[in-house]
Structures are given as structure tokens and as C-alpha cells.
Design a binder for this molecule. Structure first.
Ligand code: GLA
Ligand code: ZN
Length: 656
């Protein structure tokens, strides 16, 4: 376990390097990430590589005992490359060709881009292979789907379709191209879904296939780099910096070629100040490979490009870093070492500022680094193990991006309603794909999954039949894998399991409907209402108003050795807390009912011991009651109570 920083020695005079490394080392920083945007410094002109400056900083880092992670610099192809091949630029959905001057302006499908990506990766891998300072690699930077509509992408997409569908007849029939007279008689007629006269209103089947195609383009682009790195640097690990809740591509596919997932955590920026998302993002990132991860960029000060974002409160940076560790992060790399003097990100604040003098941000990072180092031996091998899972699948994100259907149905919006409620009940959550063994979870939550295949339904049914508890949400079982509506009764393939069918439905826009539970509690339901017909299920709640007044809203059905719930609507935290409390109690999942609001509670399990992290996410002090049998490792704990100051952290070990 280490604390690191992103460092850009190429931005600074060389005389400063040693001072920087000395300051890092004094703060307990044991790792630097280097070079992920340094292509023009590494290869100033085609074929002329200049690695000596990097050799020197590697040697210096090594002297300070600081490990190095190298990035492949392909997010920023140099000006000479674009000048020579202007068609490397991506084309946006309006047909505009991007130009030079920022980053990510390259089409990942372009054979010339692929060739140069392999070339610079190979040159770096050969040169740095065996360098004692280097422990691993980061591919590129913050991959997204290849968002490009160039002619090359159009041809490659048509080839992709040809391979997948085999014949135009098959494609025409599966996509239903009779609609709006879109029958294709040659492959080259099939367009990319560019903006059109009536907006981006393309066939949903084509839109879904295009997302798959451009997601895979990124996966294959990365795969070429990974192969080269593995060949020359077999002892180095390979990772990539994911973006938490980003969902333009299939992160499971992207992670397949990597040793572990890393991600970039910025809880408060000028764009978004909802700090509660970080906890979900950690759970999503851990779930991708089902193992511990790194934070490759951890916020250490105010963000900001043209506008200066909000400054984290004193102690908040440390609390976020501990929250990451508590959620399964093994190494925290702060972004960035020093605020830059030049370039777009002048106001993205580093551990030290423009003046390079250690001040409060430095002291806070140093405090965290010291604490982590002191705990590292204990926590090193520990992992996160939860009994509740939320299922995820990027195709469902695509489906809702293509057809949102109603405000508030986006997959992360749905997932967050459950996640926030479960966290508030002191229940840890894994976010996992459907193709793992679900039997280790007592409760599994399926957010609305419009795309439902028979195979997926078989897995869900088997999980319940084996004794699992499943919660299914509205808009599940609507479409087949071509994004075409099923002809059957909703929720398709799951009706028998749930003991219900959907008789009618209503999107609520921004209005609410009262829902009354069996024991008379009334909640606000919003976003969506399914009017249910029960066929064997028990009714747990009914609508009290609007068109479905009196009809079932929430149901429970026994199936095999397990039980399946259908939530026909969405609610707010009290709604979820109330139903989840009963569901979890019946499924024997432990909860902490006396967890004060705004306190995060996380467990890591070691070989012989469990560790409890309590993190105060608010700016007011709070007392947290502690169960018996816990020994404090740090933080103010007096036996029965942990007294957490604003953004305070306590770590306790369960007595063995
Ligand atoms: C991202 C990138 C970094 C940097 C930061 C701050 O996470 O990976 O290169 O741009 O944001 O803007
Ligand atoms: Zn392209």
C-alpha cells in the first residue's frame, strides 16, 4: 500500500526535480506516475526518441526509494503526427473534424493511429524494460468509447455489422428497417448515427450496435498496447485510470486485459459537488474485477481549468483518501504533485501550489501518507466482502442513454437510490456483473434492465431458486439484445419468478404519487409507476392516487428456496429504507440501525481480523456508537463511542 502523486517533470526545470522528490519523500510519498502526456517530449519528431530525461528522473526517483508508474502517452498525439495525417482527428456527430490543441483528438480505429500507438508503446517498453524504478504501466488516460464518426469508422462499422449479421436480410429483419423506409440493399448504405434533420433519432438497434462497436474499438486499441507491454515488461503490472461512474463504454471489457482497475476520484469539482457519489464509484470500480483497486488520481485541492472549483474542507481530502482505502483501494495517487504554471489546467491545485512551497494541502496529504504507512502491514492483504449486490451491465446504460424513457431512470440514478439507502443502514454493497457466481450474496438488486435475454433470466431465476433474495425494478425485460421490444407481457422472462405482470404504466415526469404499505406507512413514489396484476405474489404496497389508485405497487413472491420482490415504482430514501429493512432482516443481512446520518461505515477483511472504518462525511462532529469487541487503531474512540470531528476518521479492528 502506497501513497503516490502524478508528477510532470517535463513541465519543470531539471534543477527543481531533486527538491520535488525530497519533499515527496518527506511527506511519505512512495510512488510517482510519469509521462502519460509526454509524447512530444519522448518523440520530438517521427522516429527520434528522447528518453534520457526520463531515464534521469527514474534514476533520481529510485535513489529516493520512490517507485515509478509509466503511462503510454497516446491520449496526446504530437502536432507532427497530426500534421502528417490530418485524418487522424476524430469527427464529431455533427460531422465536424476536431483540430489540434487539447487532447483525446484521435480516432482509435484509425490504422495509422494504431500503428503509432504500437510504435511509441514498443519503444518505451523496450527502453524501460528492467529499469529498477519502474513497477507498472498505465495505458493511455481515461479511455471512453471511441467517439468518432469519421469515414474510416463508417467502413469499420459496416464490416463489424457484416461479421455480426452475416446478411443484409438478417440485419434488415432484426432491426426492423421497414420503419421509415430504411431497408438497406448494400452494406455501404448503413450510416453512422450522426445528427440528422430530426435530431439523433436513429434506429435504436443501430444506435446500440454503434455503442458496442465504438466501445470495442477502445478495448482493442488498449489491447495492442497491453500485448506489447506484457512481452517486454513481464514483471510490471498494467492498469488504466477509469472514471468511476462513467458509462460510455464497457468497463468490464476494458478491464479484462488489465491486472487491476484504477480510477480517478474527484468528489467536488466546479461541475459536481455531490460527494456521496464517490462511495458508489468505489464499489463499482472494485466490482469490475471483483478485487482491490487503486485510486490513480485522488483530489488533493480545488479543481479548476478556467474557473476555480470549490476548495475541499480541512480534513476532507484525508477523509476521501481513507474512504477509498476503506472501499478496497490499495494505493492512493494524488493528482497532481504541483499546480502547473502553464497550460489548460493551471487552476487544478496540486499537493503544492504554483509557488512549490509545502503548505496545508501538503501537510494533509503527508498526514494521510503517514497513517496509511503505519496501517499498511495490517491492511495489506485485506479485502472487501459484502452480502448485498447490485447488478450492473453497460448495455443497460446504453439502452437508457439511447431512450431515457423518463427523467430519473438512468442506471446510476436507479442504483444510487438503493446504494444511498443501504449505506445509510450501514450495509456494504458490491456492484457486480451477472456472470459471476451470485450465490455468495444474500440479496441481489436488479435495477431496471430493459435488455433482457433468456440466458440472463435463467441466471436470475436460478439464483432465487437456490435461496437468494432478488429485487427487480421497473422497465426490466422490455427489449431483446438488438434493442427491439419483446412481444410478450412485461417483465418478459421474469413474470413467473415475480408472480406479477405489468398491466399498464405511467411515466411521472416531476410529479409524485403516494404509495401506502401494508402496515399503513405512506411514501412518495416518483419517476415511474407500473400497475401490476398479481399472479401468486403478495402485495406489499399500493398506489394511493392518480390513474392506478388502489393497484399493487410493490410485491413479494416465493420461488424455490428464495424470494423475488418487484418494485413497480421508484421512491426516496425512506421508501427504500423501510422495505429494505424488512427484506434484509428476512435475508439475515446485518444492519447498523444506530448509524448517525452522514457517517460512512466500511469493513475490510484480513486473514484473521476484520477492520472497521468510520468516516464522518460532514463538517460537524458526530458520535458513533461502537459495538463491543472492537479495538481502536486510530481515531478518538473511548470504548463505546467513536467521537469523530468534522471529516474525521476512525479505524478499529475486531478482536480475533
Ligand atoms: C482527469 C485527467 C487528468 C487531469 C484531471 C484534472 O482526471 O486524467 O489528466 O486532466 O482530470 O482535470
Ligand atoms: Zn473515426
Amino acid at each position: 500500500m502506497k501513497t503516490g502523486v502524478a508528477y510532470y517533470p517535463e513541465h519543470w526545470d531539471e534543477w527543481r526535480w531533486e527538491t520535488d522528490l525530497q519533499l515527496m519523500s518527506k511527506a511519505g510519498i512512495g510512488l510517482v506516475r510519469l509521462a502519460e502526456f509526454a509524447w512530444s517530449k519522448l518523440e520530438p519528431e517521427e522516429g527520434r526518441f528522447e528518453f534520457e530525461w526520463l531515464d534521469r528522473i527514474l534514476a533520481l526517483s529510485h535513489r529516493f526509494g520512490i517507485d515509478v508508474l509509466l503511462g503510454t502517452p497516446t491520449a496526446t498525439p504530437p502536432a507532427w503526427l497530426h500534421a502528417k495525417h490530418p485524418d487522424l482527428y476524430t469527427v464529431d456527430e455533427w460531422g465536424h473534424t476536431l483540430g489540434f490543441g487539447t487532447r483525446f483528438q484521435r480516432c482509435l480505429n484509425h490504422p495509422v493511429m494504431r500503428e503509432h500507438s504500437r510504435r511509441i508503446t514498443e519503444a518505451m517498453a523496450r527502453h524501460f524494460a528492467g529499469n529498477p524504478a519502474v513497477i507498472g504501466w498505465q495505458t493511455d488516460n481515461e479511455f471512453t468509447q471511441n467517439t468518432c464518426y469519421c469515414d474510416g469508422c463508417a467502413k469499420a462499422f459496416q464490416e463489424w455489422l457484416k461479421r455480426k449479421f452475416g446478411s443484409l436480410d438478417a440485419l434488415n429483419s432484426r432491426w426492423g428497417t421497414a420503419f421509415w423506409s430504411q431497408t438497406y440493399t448494400a452494406w455501404h448504405q448503413i450510416p453512422l448515427p450522426k445528427q440528422a434533420k430530426c435530431g439523433n433519432a436513429h434506429n435504436p438497434s443501430l444506435l446500440l450496435e454503434f455503442r458496442r462497436f465504438q466501445s470495442q474499438a477502445t478495448v482493442e486499441f488498449q489491447r495492442e498496447q497491453v500485448r506489447i507491454l506484457r512481452k517486454h515488461c513481464p514483471n510490471n503490472f498494467i492498469t488504466h485510470n477509469f472514471m468511476g461512474l462513467h458509462n460510455s463504454m464497457d468497463y468490464y471489457d476494458l478491464a479484462e486485459d488489465l491486472d487491476f482497475v484504477s480510477w480517478d476520484n474527484y468528489p467536488i469539482t466546479q461541475w459536481d459537488q455531490d460527494t456521496s457519489k464517490a462511495s458508489l464509484a468505489h464499489d463499482v470500480m472494485r466490482g469490475i474485477k471483483g478485487r482491490n483497486f487503486w485510486v490513480m488520481e485522488e483530489q488533493c485541492g480545488h479543481g479548476g481549468w478556467t474557473v476555480v472549483g470549490p476548495r475541499p474542507k480541512p480534513g476532507q481530502v484525508r477523509a476521501w483518501a481513507w474512504q477509498a482505502v476503506a472501499s478496497g483501494a490499495n494505493t492512493i495517487v494524488f493528482f497532481r504533485w504541483r499546480s502547473c504554471l502553464h497550460g489548460t489546467e493551471q487552476f487544478w491545485h496540486g499537493v503544492v501550489g504554483h509557488d512549490g512551497i509545502p503548505r496545508r494541502r501538503y501537510r494533509e496529504v503527508a498526514q494521510f501518507a503517514g497513517e496509511l504507512a503505519a496501517m499498511a502491514e495490517k491492511l495489506d492483504e485485506s479485502v472487501v466482502r459484502n452480502e448485498v449486490a447490485i447488478l450492473d451491465d453497460y448495455e443497460q446504460h446504453y439502452a437508457f442513454q439511447i431512450q431515457p424513457q423518463a427523467e430519473g431512470l438512468g442506471v446510476w440514478e436507479q442504483v444510487r437510490r438503493f446504494h444511498v439507502s443501504l449505506r445509510a443502514m450501514g450495509v456494504g454493497v458490491d456492484v457486480v456483473p451477472l456472470d459471476i457466481n451470485l450465490d455468495r450474496y444474500r440479496v441481489v438488486i436488479l435495477p431496471g434492465w430493459p435488455i433482457m435475454t433468456e440466458e440472463a433470466a435463467i441466471r436470475l431465476r436460478a439464483y432465487v431458486a437456490n435461496g437468494g433474495t432478488l429485487i427487480v425494478n421497473p422497465r426490466t425485460g422490455l427489449k431483446n439484445a438488438d434493442n427491439v421490444c419483446h412481444e410478450d407481457v412485461l417483465p418478459v422472462f421474469l413474470g413467473e419468478l415475480l408472480g406479477v405482470s405489468v398491466d399498464d404504466y405511467d411515466a411521472l415526469a416531476d410529479s409524485c404519487v403516494p404509495v401506502i404499505s401494508q402496515n399503513g406507512e405512506v411514501f412518495n413514489a416518483s419517476v415511474w409507476t407500473d400497475a401490476l396484476l398479481v399472479d401468486g405474489a403478495e402485495i406489499l404496497a399500493r398506489y394511493q392516487d392518480r390513474c392506478f389508485s388502489g393497484e399493487p405497487a410493490v410485491t413479494k413472491n416465493r420461488h424455490g428456496r428464495g424470494v423475488a420482490y418487484y418494485f413497480g415504482t421508484c421512491g426516496e430514501t425512506p421508501f427504500y429504507k423501510s422495505f429494505l429493512t424488512e427484506i434484509l432482516a428476512e435475508a439475515k443481512v446485518p444492519m447498523k440501525q444506530d448509524l448517525p446520518e452522514g457517517v460512512g461505515m466500511y469493513w475490510r477483511e484480513g486473514k484473521n481480523q476484520r477492520f472497521l472504518f468510520l468516516i464522518n462525511e460532514q463538517s460537524a462532529p458526530v458520535d458513533v456508537p461502537i459495538d463491543a469487541g472492537m479495538t481502536p487503531l486510530f481515531g478518538e474512540v473511548d470504548g463505546k463511542t467513536a467521537t469523530l470531528p468534522a471529516h474525521g476518521v476512525a479505524l478499529l479492528a475486531e478482536n480475533g
